[in-house]
Every structure is written in structure tokens, then in C-alpha cells.
Design a protein around this ligand. Structure first.
Ligand SMILES: Cc1cc2nc3c(=O)[nH]c(=O)nc-3n(C[C@H](O)[C@H](O)[C@H](O)COP(=O)(O)OP(=O)(O)OC[C@H]3O[C@@H](n4cnc5c(N)ncnc54)[C@H](O)[C@@H]3O)c2cc1C
Length: 471
């Protein structure tokens, strides 16, 4: 048997990033083993311990849906078949961003509302069924096996549940997808190699999430209500209709102003949001569980692409590379885009870590800038507010006000928020002109723009600042 026929790729972590990496590795490596320390519960209704964020609302951005479909054709239909509702991102959801209720319009941008456990379960089933792929649970990775003074990774050491001691798992390629708690930086340090610089934006975010039995007709035919947190209050949330005729409702607060995890406190926090829609929806709805809290202290970006020395045959992706403030809903989409990038880098075998990490860094750049820009709009968030950030922030405030009246501007915004278009699309002369026109009209009318919107497009509060879910 030739070496190529026996080559073995090992992926650390069987969550979204790891599974999608395994998906593309399986096209190139005859054996792909995905190791996870968790019990990979086959019940799609319950979140598992290793992915505690699975209990919370998980928006799959439009670009992520596209990328997943490219990786796993037919996935969307399968999710719909398993009960996930699908619709139009702007036409079937109520968006409140930066204090403005966006004008509703068909955007042509799809939205698919699956719970995180259903999504992961469906992806795991499809990837596990691929020839050569073995997903192994209850197996914790505790270090790398190396050669050549640590400059080549030759496998990992694992500890299997119920067995004493560690054992080696040899590999021709190792991909770290163990999430934000990845121990690769520590293991590199212990091997005497440089560790990646870490950039952090501390947001002090708290979530609390509860599911309800959907109340037929209570929110019309809408699939989502999205009051994004914005300064200075920083309270927001999301309601999504998910499989099983349920609503998942996540409340969010920044800088320590966290939603309580008791029923009365949860309800009161929902009532305190700047728009009544979410509270009105859950008032009288039947809860199916107790609120579940989650704390997310900071977005973290690790600069692997800048390392001068890094072992061969080791790649890092997913949240292990960059973990974003989840309010923007980007993590799974970025993981899917990184898997597509990995597919390209596998044309060289083994792929070159530096080139791959540079590619991943380019994928991360735009979503990371959105998080940094959006979070720095909160005066309590520490960080350097460059002239560019302040300018973009001021422009976005005007753009969001315009989106309350102008469907074309609203569509441009949701396309960028969905990572379908890059942020530059918001500066397109056509959009910039509409924003400027709207601001002029607002000034002439003595309002900051959008405040004269009739009926359901009631503005929440005039503001020039921005908040979560904004590019
Ligand atoms: C509260 C919250 C809400 C979010 N909401 C959204 C959203 O709306 N939309 C979106 O796209 N993204 C969202 N995200 C981000 C999203 O969950 C992640 O980006 C996505 O899961 C990809 O992460 P990952 O696979 O890299 O890591 P993770 O999902 O963290 O998975 C890491 C895996 O590695 C395993 N593991 C860890 N250490 C070891 C080890 N030593 N040995 C073996 N296995 C190990 C774990 O058991 C786990 O299975 C949210 C995140 C949080 C925290």
C-alpha cells in the first residue's frame, strides 16, 4: 500500500469547525479521525456539555448557509425536512438595529432557523457517513507528538474515558478545532516555540435563553425578532422560530448588565428592551424550560499567521483561531468559510500552515472589524477608537436611520450583516447617496432621520451610535 493510501488526518474537536474540516479532509485523506472529549449525544433536541453555547440562539448567516450547502449539498433541504423553518432574512424578520426598526422588504437573502443541536447533529450525521471518517467521542487530546525539535507534529496524545494513561494517535496532519479554550498556545510554549499574540475586546456579555411553545399567530408569519443591543443601554435579544414548533428566546446584555436566569427576572429584562415586540410575544407563551445563562467575557483573536516558527503538519481554525462576540452570529459561518479555504490548501499535501493561517486571517478580518467597531461604540468598552472606527460608526448610525425608511438601504445592511457582501458594499455610491438624502430630509424635518416613519416602523430611539448585529 502506498503512503498516500494510508495517510491519516486527525481533527481535534467534533463541533462545527472540526466537522466541516473533516468534511473537506475526507476528499484528500483516506483516513480522517475526529476526536472529541465530549459524549456526542445523539439527541438533537438537547445541547451537549462540550458546546454549552448550543442552548442559545444560533443564527446561521446567509453566507454560512451558502457555504454549508457547498460543503454538504442538500443540507438545507434536510434541515427543512427536520422541521427548521426557512424564509427571507428581511422579509420574514423584524430587525431593530441602532435604535431603528428596519423597513421590511423581500431581500432575496435566505434565513434558516435551526437550533444549534439540530444543525450540528445533521452535519455530524452527514460527515460521519463519509467514507474513511471516524468520529470518536470521549477522547480528550492532551498534547502533541512531535519530531525535529517540535517543528513537525506527528500526532497527538489522547486520554480515553474509562482507560488509564495516555496513548499516541499518529497523524500525517493535525487540525485543531477545539474552540476558544484551545490548548495549542500552551503546548507550543511548552515545546519552546513562540505563541500567537492574542487580541481581545472585552464586552462582558451575558446571555439567558429560554424556549417556548410557539403561540400560533402571536408574531404573524415572522420567523424572527431581532432587537440588537446598542449603546448606551446595551440590552437586546433575539427570538427565532425553530424546529418542533418552538421559539428560542435569547436575552443579552453587555458590560455586566446581564439578563437574570430566573423566570421573573427574565420576563422583566425582556420588558425592559427598547421595543416591546419580544416581550409581547413571550407574554402568555408556555415556557418549555428554565432560562439558561451564559457569560462571554471577550472576543479573542489569535495571530497564528504572524508566527515566524510554527510546526509543520498542524493547522488551527474555528473558534480556536478567533472567537467573536456571538451577538453578531458569525462563528459558524466563519468556520464554514475556513473549511472551504482548507479545501484549497489541501491541493498541497501536507498543506503549508503559514499560507493557510494567512488565508484564515483574511477570512476573519471583516467579521472581526465588525465586532471591534460595533463593540467600541459602547463607551465602557476598552480599546483604541481610531478615526476610521469613529467615522464608520457615525456613518452606520445614519445608515441604520435610513434603513428605517429605505428598503434598499435595509437590504444592503442585512446582506453585509449576513456576510454575503463585504462591508464596502455599504459605501457604494448608490447606498451612500440614499443615506445622505435621508439624513438631509431628516434635518429638514428637524429629526435625525427615520423618526417620521409611520405605523409598524416606529423608531425606537434616535441615535448616531451602533450596536450588535451591525457591520
Ligand atoms: C453564547 C454563544 C452564542 C453563539 N451564537 C452564534 C450564532 O448565533 N451564530 C454563529 O454562527 N455562531 C455562534 N456562536 C459561535 C459558534 O458556537 C462557534 O463559532 C462554532 O461552534 C464553531 O466553533 P468551534 O467548532 O471552533 O468550537 P466549539 O464549538 O467550541 O467546539 C469545540 C469542540 O472541541 C471539543 N474539545 C475541546 N477541547 C478538547 C480536547 N482537549 N480534546 C478533545 N476535544 C476537545 C469540545 O468538546 C467541542 O466539541 C456562539 C457562541 C457562543 C459562545
Amino acid at each position: 500500500m502506498s503512503r498516500q493510501q494510508t495517510e491519516h488526518a486527525v481533527v481535534l474537536g467534533a463541533s462545527m469547525a472540526g466537522l466541516l474540516a473533516a468534511r473537506v479532509l475526507a476528499d484528500r485523506y483516506p483516513r480522517v479521525t475526529v476526536l472529541d472529549r465530549d459524549h456526542l449525544v445523539p439527541d438533537p433536541a438537547s445541547p451537549r456539555r462540550g458546546v454549552p453555547q448550543g442552548a442559545h440562539i444560533h443564527a446561521l448567516l446567509a453566507r454560512g448557509q451558502q457555504a454549508l450547502e457547498e460543503l454538504i449539498p442538500g443540507l438545507t433541504e434536510e434541515l427543512i425536512g427536520r422541521g427548521a423553518p426557512a424564509g427571507d432574512l428581511l422579509g420574514d424578520s423584524r430587525w431593530f438595529v441602532g435604535g431603528h426598526r428596519f423597513r421590511r422588504a423581500r431581500s432575496g437573502v435566505p434565513v434558516l432557523c435551526a437550533s444549534r443541536p439540530l444543525l450540528e447533529d445533521t452535519v455530524r450525521a452527514r460527515v460521519s457517513a463519509m467514507s474513511g471518517v471516524d468520529v470518536v467521542a470521549r477522547t480528550e487530546v492532551v498534547g502533541f507528538e512531535t519530531a525535529g525539535d517540535g517543528l513537525r507534529v506527528t500526532g497527538v496524545r489522547v486520554r480515553r474515558e474509562g482507560r488509564a494513561g495516555d496513548e499516541p494517535v499518529p497523524a500525517d496532519l493535525v487540525v485543531d478545532a477545539t474552540g476558544r479554550g484551545s490548548r495549542t498556545p500552551r503546548w507550543l510554549g511548552a515545546m519552546g516555540l513562540p505563541v500567537p499574540e492574542e487580541e481581545r475586546v472585552t464586552i462582558g456579555l451575558g446571555y439567558a435563553t429560554r424556549t417556548y411553545r410557539a403561540r400560533p399567530g402571536a408574531i404573524g408569519s415572522d420567523l424572527g425578532i431581532i432587537p440588537a443591543p446598542y449603546p448606551p443601554l446595551g440590552r437586546g435579544g433575539g427570538l427565532a422560530v425553530i424546529e418542533g414548533d418552538r421559539w428560542i428566546v435569547t436575552l443579552a446584555g453587555v458590560l455586566g448588565d446581564h439578563p437574570p436566569a430566573d423566570a421573573a427576572g427574565f420576563e422583566a429584562f425582556a420588558r425592559s428592551l427598547p421595543v416591546p415586540d419580544l416581550h409581547d410575544a413571550i407574554a402568555g407563551a408556555e415556557p418549555l424550560d428554565d432560562p439558561v445563562p451564559f457569560r462571554f467575557p471577550a472576543s479573542v483573536r489569535r495571530r497564528y499567521e504572524r508566527l515566524a516558527r510554527f510546526p509543520d503538519r498542524l493547522l488551527v481554525l474555528g473558534d480556536a483561531f478567533c472567537s467573536f462576540n456571538p451577538v453578531y452570529g458569525q462563528g459558524m459561518t466563519v468556520a464554514a468559510l475556513e473549511a472551504l479555504a482548507l479545501r484549497r490548501h489541501l491541493r498541497a499535501r501536507p498543506p503549508r500552515p503559514r499560507a493557510f493561517h494567512r488565508h484564515v486571517a483574511r477570512i476573519v478580518d471583516a467579521p472581526w472589524d465588525m465586532v471591534v467597531g460595533g463593540d467600541l461604540a459602547f463607551p465602557g468598552v476598552q480599546g483604541r477608537r481610531t478615526a476610521k472606527i469613529r467615522l464608520v460608526d457615525a456613518y452606520l448610525g445614519r445608515l441604520q436611520a435610513a434603513a428605517a425608511d429605505d428598503a434598499e438601504v435595509a437590504v444592503a445592511f442585512v446582506r453585509v450583516a449576513g456576510l454575503v457582501d463585504g462591508p464596502g458594499a455599504l459605501l457604494h455610491p448608490r447606498i451612500a447617496l440614499r443615506v445622505a438624502r435621508h439624513a438631509r430630509r431628516g434635518r429638514a424635518a428637524g429629526t435625525p432621520g427615520g423618526t417620521d416613519a409611520p405605523g409598524p416602523r416606529r423608531p425606537i430611539r434616535p441615535t448616531g451610535s451602533t450596536g450588535g448585529a451591525h457591520p
